[in-house]
Design a protein around this ligand. Structure first.
Ligand code: NAG
Ligand code: NAG
Ligand code: NAG
Ligand code: NAG
Length: 202
């Protein structure tokens, strides 16, 4: 995804976010109001600065959220580094060398840790960042429901079996979208958007 129509990718992430928030009914826009009221403004200010310096980063940050959400849900698992016993999503063919924005997410996380230690999840940061990056390059904004819990597991092998691939046929695509709570109609609309924006899903 070298150049991107933010509106088209916005729809994808929006749909994924909606699907995930149905599964976790406790998510709310006001989740950090008492514990870290400045969280959203810290994220937005950092994202604006990052995208001002590198406009192409907006699409990359959106893609990071998409690749996180399609594998194990929106749980930040895409951020985890490999260990001696765990080869993580970062190492998968569809991610390695093509996902970027990790340093920027780290920097935002560090700033949030200074402001409110141990409060804001990385999964929520990815969701807020995707929204703010989209808005920053002229896309529509949307409400982000917060309160995701970070996952501790991440497996490279699950990326292949979760993310849509270029070679998937219709049946396979429907099955992949169904796993994240999106039906065939959602998929067709999103794919139409992606096709018209000359984008690839991966
Ligand atoms: C992953 O490793 C990089 C490089 O060592 C580090 O900067 C980053 O903070 C690590 N990320 C996580 C989630 O541990
Ligand atoms: C994913 O699929 C590709 C192509 O089918 C394959 O080469 C690769 O080994 C698979 N696994 C990972 C972790 O990328
Ligand atoms: C889609 O691909 C799967 C796996 O290769 C195959 O089993 C299935 O028959 C294909 N379906 C269609 C409609 O081509
Ligand atoms: C994506 O689809 C929506 C709904 O059909 C439509 O309003 C929008 O214009 C489409 N965007 C692109 C880039 O095709």
């Amino acid at each position: 995804m070298a150049s991107t129509s933010p509106r088209s990718v916005l729809l994808l992430v929006l749909a994924v976010t909606v699907a995930v928030s149905h599964a976790q009914l406790q998510l709310s826009e006001t989740f950090y109001d008492a514990t870290c009221p400045q969280a959203a403004s810290i994220v937005q200010q950092k994202v604006n600065a990052f995208v001002d310096a590198d406009r192409g980063l907006a699409a990359a940050l959106m893609r990071l959220h998409f690749h996180d959400c399609f594998v194990r849900g929106c749980d930040g698992s895409v951020l985890l580094n490999s260990t001696d016993t765990m080869l993580t999503e970062k190492e998968a063919l569809l991610n390695k060398g093509s996902l970027r924005g990790f340093e920027q997410i780290d920097e935002i996380k560090m700033e949030l840790e200074c402001a409110c230690p141990g409060v804001v999840s990385c999964a929520d940061i990815l969701a807020l960042v995707a929204r703010d990056a989209t808005a920053k390059v002229g896309g529509t904004s949307w409400p982000v429901f917060l309160g995701r819990i970070d996952g501790g597991a991440s497996f490279a092998d699950e990326v292949n079996s979760s993310l849509p691939e270029r070679t998937d046929n219709f049946t396979q695509l429907v099955a992949r979208f169904a796993r994240v709570g999106l039906d065939a109609r959602d998929m067709v609309i999103l794919s139409g958007n992606l096709t018209s924006a000359k984008l690839s899903l991966v």
